[in-house]
Design a protein. Structure first.
Length: 207
């Protein structure tokens, strides 16, 4: 995750510095009336914003695996697949996440080729996450699960993470995204996955 932090943070630092200059010394980097570009802000912010999701999420996924193994008293199902999925999210998807920030900007007039690329990259993100969820649920299947507080938080994580993931894949589709643009249907998947997906595992780990 450190390489993602290293490459993601400069864009939001630059964006914040330019915005501060717009506010304090009357530059016009983001003021369309004075020749600036609000789209520049969106590009800079989301280039940071999407990798940041995975910077927050990947450690939480590790906590979930630890809790599931501990409270089922079983080895994790599909260990190799789970490890490859984590590597896929942490390295492969980490790199891909730098190439799909524009899925937050489908309605800004992208050319068709650009929208098609970002739609495919966004849908591909779901594969390693789905593998992990399958491995966790398969580990629990048939086990004598001890439903202590950490395990209950993990079950809550499953509910919000799967809900956010399924709706997130829907929003990744350009035609569907155009219909629900600027609605809570777009806002919800992000908050399900990022907030529920990171806070519940954190609480599970603390307990």
């Amino acid at each position: 995750m450190s390489f993602m932090i290293l490459f993601a943070m400069p864009s939001v630092i630059v964006a914040s510095a330019l915005l501060m200059m717009d506010r304090l010394v009357d530059t016009a980097f983001f003021d369309a009336a004075l020749g600036g570009s609000p789209l520049l802000w969106q590009h800079l912010f989301w280039f940071f914003g999407h990798p940041e999701d995975y910077i927050i999420l990947v450690p939480a996924l590790g906590i979930v695996t630890s809790v599931v193994v501990t409270f089922t008293q079983r080895s994790v199902f599909g260990y190799t697949a789970l490890v490859l999925a984590v590597v896929g999210i942490g390295i492969g998807i980490g790199m891909v996440s730098f190439r799909l920030w524009v899925h937050h900007m489908y309605m800004t007039g992208l050319p068709l080729m650009g929208r098609s690329f970002f739609m495919a990259a966004s849908a591909m993100i779901a594969i390693p996450s789905g593998v992990q969820v399958y491995c966790w649920i398969a580990t629990m299947w048939g086990a004598k699960v001890r439903f202590a507080s950490p395990m209950l938080f993990v079950l809550g994580f499953f509910a919000v993470f799967i809900t956010g993931g399924l709706t997130g894949v829907m929003v990744a589709s350009v035609p569907f995204d155009r219909q629900v643009h600027d609605s809570y249907f777009v806002v919800a998947p992000f908050h399900y996955v990022l907030v529920g997906g990171s806070v519940f595992p954190l609480l599970a780990g603390l307990y």
